[in-house]
Write a protein that binds this ligand. Sequence first.
Ligand SMILES: [Zn+2]
Length: 114
Amino acid sequence: MEENNIRWKDFAFDLFGTTWKVHFVDYIEEGESVDFGHTSDVTQEIIIALGNKERYKFTKEQIVLTLTHEIMHSIAQTGQYTDINYDEPFIEGSARCIVSLINQDVFNYVEKEK
Ligand SMILES: [Zn+2]
C-alpha cells in the first residue's frame, strides 16, 4: 500500500462567480459505509476525507479521484444539471476521465501549444 504523506491544504476555486471551498478532513463520520467526500450546493463547500474512522488512510489516487468527483458535482450544480437524483454514474465516469486526462498531461499540453 502506497504511503500517503502529502499535505492536503484547504483551497477555494471560482466557477462563474460562485466560490467553492474545499476542506480536507481526517474522516467523515456518517453512516456505516465508507464516505469519501461530500459536496453541498447550499453552502458551496466540498469536504474530502483523507481516511476513514478506522484510521485507514486513503491513497493519493483515491483522494484525487474523490476531489475530482466532488468538483464534478460542483460543475454539474453550477451548470444547473437538474437530474441531481441520478447523476452519480455521470459524475463518477466524468471524474475518472478527467483524472486520466490529467495523468496524460493533456491540459499542460494544450497550454504549451499556444
Ligand atoms: Zn457523488
